[in-house]
Structures are given as C-alpha cells and as structure tokens.
Design a binder for this molecule. Structure first.
Ligand SMILES: NC(=O)c1ccc[n+]([C@@H]2O[C@H](COP(=O)([O-])OP(=O)(O)OC[C@H]3O[C@@H](n4cnc5c(N)ncnc54)[C@H](O)[C@@H]3O)[C@@H](O)[C@H]2O)c1
Length: 444
C-alpha cells in the first residue's frame, strides 16, 4: 500500500520504518526540518534499537522517504497514519490537542480521493467524534477515520511495531476495517497478534486504561517499597512472592524511582483529569493516588543518597549513571533520573551525569549539570555512585563493582532502579542501598 506517517517522532519514525519493512511504500511527514533532514539521510534523530538499521535499508531503496510537505503525502498515500504529539496543555492537566487537530485540519483540504486516516496518537476520549466533525465541516468525502492506538514500549519500538501483541482499531465502517486489515496483513497473517475491532470511543479508552494500569502497578509496588522501608522488610522479596500469583504476575513489579518518559506521566495525568471532568470520580481518585506515589519517589531517593553520603549533600561528588527515562532509549522526557539529578544539585551535591545514549539530549536540555563522556570519568573520585537508569553497562555483569571500586572515593552505591545484585557489590567492598530494601554492607 502507499501510506503516509504524519509526525515522525519517537512513535512515528519507528512506525514509518516498520511499515516500509512490511512491504509498503511509505512517506513520512515531519515538520521539524532538522529531524526530517536526519531521517532523510537514513539515520535516526534519537536512539531506538533497530531503527537505524531499518532506515539504512529502506531509505536508500526508495521504499521510505521523508518530507516536510504534507501536500506531497496527501497526493501520494491512500492511508495516512497520524502520529503527532499530544503533550499536556499549558495547565499541565489535559492534553494539548493542537498537533492532532492541526494535522487533520491541514490534511483534510488536500484529500482529493477516498482514503483512510488512522490516528495512532494517544488522545482524549471524544477526539474521534471531534475529528469527524472537522472532516464534515470541511466537506471531505470518502474519508474513513480509524483510531488505532499504539502500545509499543520505547526502547523496543521497532520490535513491538513489527511484532505487536494486539492491534486495536476503533472504526465505524466495513471499508475502514478492510484498510486496517490490508495495512497490517503481514502481521495478521502470522496469527500471533489479536485484532480487536471496536468503536472509536472504546479504542480511545482502551489505550488510556492500558497506560493507567501499567502506572498503577508501578505505583503499587513503590507504595509497598515505602511500607518495607519503614518496617525493615525487603520489597524485592515481596514483589517476587506476590507476583507468583498469576492474577498479579511479575511484569512491571520492579520497585524503583517510578515511571517517567513521554507517555505514562502525561497519559495518567490527562486521563485522571478527563475522568474528573466526566464525573468518573472513582477512576480520577485512583489515578491521582497513583501519581502521588510516583511523585514521592524522588524524595525517597534523595534520602538514600544522603544516607550513603552520611549527611547533608553539600559538596558531595556523585557519579550519576543514567539520564534516559529508561534503558534502551535516548528519550529524557520526564526522566526520573534527571529529576533526581536536579534535586541532588539543589541540595548542594555535584552530580556528574553519564549515559551511554542520552548524554547528548540531556546536555542540550539540562546544561546546568556536569556531564562525563565516559563511565570512568563519571566515577573518578565519587563519594556516592547512583545507578539512575538500568543500562546493562552499569550492572555487575559488566564487571563494574571491581572496576569502579578502584576509582571512586567511597564505595557507596545507591541503586534507584533495583537492578543490581547487592551480593556482587558487597563482596567488592560496596555498601548498597535500594528503595524498600535493607542496606547491604561490605562482606568481611
Ligand atoms: N513514544 C512512544 O513510545 C509512544 C507510544 C505509544 C503512543 N505514543 C503516542 O504517540 C504520540 C506521539 O508521541 P511521540 O513520543 O512520538 O511524540 P514526539 O514529540 O516524539 O513526536 C511527534 C512529532 O510530530 C511532529 N509533528 C507535529 N505536528 C506535525 C504535523 N502537522 N506534521 C508533521 N509532523 C508534525 C513533531 O515535530 C514531532 O517530531 C503521542 O500521542 C504519544 O502519547 C507514543
């Protein structure tokens, strides 16, 4: 099929590349000229595993191209994916729907033949109905609108787009269903992804509910970490023990500094706000509590760093390992790691930030921090080492307990992602602190 992907950020660029990999002819539209230029050269503007390889294959072959010109995409494609951003609005409550509304308003007058518009952005419940009115006002005929929310995990965007566990399509016509079945035909033919065909409102709620549930699970185990910290219990053992029950499960049960990134924080906030607006007070209250637990995690992490330093942090040199909101991406949007680095600075500490992929984006967005270009540089002379993003380079498997021990000033580790095995560190002389777990001291 000839398709377009409008908005080529963290969702849209992997989606465009994956659609080309499925065999479609794809045009990506990206308003940001720098990003468009980078994509056009066959490179990704951000780190996402597998994306560079797909771009390097499909851009030179001509199957995938990028433009800033929406008219070119309208003339070319029979199916248009909308993958523009939905950040929070100026009040920080609901979504700013400007990019979605703007994209559809600009596209509508350019559509001169029957086609399908497929929304992938995460939107406020009621958006499809609003967009249908816009298309009707502009007297656009023969356009089917589908809401097809995306469930990919950043850091696995390419893999999750090519091998999704489900495809949700909120639609209201047989033609729209045919278009969705055609664009995803190679995936559906494998039989391992469930196609859920529903009405648009259900598709909108389903996506918000999915992210809200993930956030709830994370906040639940982090609330248990708070309980464990106050009762001398070990939250990791609690998570393991409760997760054996298949109704609970182990996925998403790793305690730590909480959720961040370009999706969960805004999606939970906007969904809670909307639930309040429509009078779903139970859902709104639940999600507000989820957010409250999440916000409290940075304070809990600051306390651990203070304990590791042995008092107020003025002058403390911190090896701060991680800036991305999670491993596998260079995305620093709402990064809990950088929120903690900011708090440590405010307390007078000197964090030196190193991240294998996100150091450039972090440097641009947060020039106030000191950055290291290598792990060794970050560790040299540190009073406290903080693992703030769960990159494999920071684990005992990479031999870090022994190598880092030679260069830090004090063997004090704070692991706010609960990723290390304390035993491997304590035998190398480290004291290890993790949220909701007893302190582990060096082995004699
Ligand atoms: N990032 C993810 O992993 C992910 C996963 C699932 C859903 N989503 C949802 O997908 C949407 C996009 O998220 P993102 O993380 O890719 O955001 P993003 O900010 O990284 O990308 C959006 C891009 O759209 C571009 N854009 C805006 N208006 C445009 C227009 N009219 N024409 C062409 N380009 C335009 C922007 O320049 C930007 O590069 C959001 O609603 C998000 O909630 C994201």
């Amino acid at each position: 099929m000839r398709i377009s992907v409008i908005g080529c950020g963290h969702l849209g660029a992997p989606h465009a590349a994956a659609m080309a990999d499925l065999g479609h002819d794809v045009i990506g539209v990206e308003l940001d000229p720098d990003m468009c230029r980078t994509l056009r050269s066959g490179h990704s503007p951000f780190y996402e595993k597998g994306l560079d390889a797909l771009l390097a294959t499909h851009v030179p072959s001509g199957r995938l191209r990028f433009t800033t010109d929406l008219a070119e995409a309208a003339a070319f494609a029979d199916l248009h994916f909308i993958a523009v951003g939905t950040p929070l609005d100026a009040d920080g409550q609901g979504y700013d729907m400007g990019q979605v509304i703007g994209a559809v308003r600009s596209l509508a007058p350019l559509l001169t033949r029957p086609c399908t518009v497929v929304g992938k952005s995460t939107v406020t419940v009621g958006t499809v109905a609003r967009l249908e009115r816009i298309l009707a006002e502009q007297a656009v005929a023969g356009v089917d609108l589908v809401w097809n929310p995306e469930f990919l995990r950043e850091g696995h965007a390419v893999e999750d787009t090519l091998y999704p566990d489900r495809i949700v399509a909120g639609l209201s016509s047989a033609e729209a269903q045919k278009a969705i079945e055609a664009v995803y035909a190679p995936i559906l033919a494998r039989g391992d992804a469930e196609l859920i065909v529903t009405d648009p409102a259900t598709a909108e709620v389903l996506k918000s509910a999915a992210n809200s549930f993930l956030a709830t699970k994370i906040s639940f185990i982090n609330a248990m970490a708070e309980v464990c910290a106050l009762s001398g219990a070990d939250v990791k053992a609690v998570a393991h023990g409760i997760g054996i029950d298949h109704r609970i499960g182990h996925a998403g049960m790793r305690p730590g500094i909480g959720y961040g990134g370009g999706c969960l924080p805004k999606d939970v906030r906007a969904f809670a706000h909307r639930m309040g607006e429509i009078g779903a007070t139970g859902a709104a209250t639940l999600l507000q509590a989820v957010e409250g637990v999440n916000h409290g995690r940075v304070d809990a992490a600051v306390t651990l760093v203070e304990e590791a330093f042995g008092g107020p942090l003025a002058g403390a040199r911190i090896a701060f390992l991680g800036a991305a909101f999670k491993a596998g991406t260079s995305d620093i949007r709402n990064s809990p790691a950088l929120a903690l680095a900011g708090r440590l600075r405010a307390e007078g500490a000197r964090p030196v930030v190193f991240d294998p992929e996100a150091v450039h984006s972090a440097r641009r967005a947060h020039p106030e921090h000191a950055y290291a270009d290598t792990l060794e540089e970050a560790l040299a002379g540190a009073d406290v080492t903080v693992i703030a993003t769960e990159w494999p380079q920071f684990s005992e498997d990479a031999g870090l307990p022994a190598t880092a021990a030679r260069t830090v000033a004090a063997r004090q580790l704070v692991d706010i992602r609960t990723v290390v095995d304390p035993l491997d560190w304590t035998v190398a002389g480290w004291t290890v602190r993790q949220l909701g777990r007893p302190v582990r001291r060096p082995q004699a």
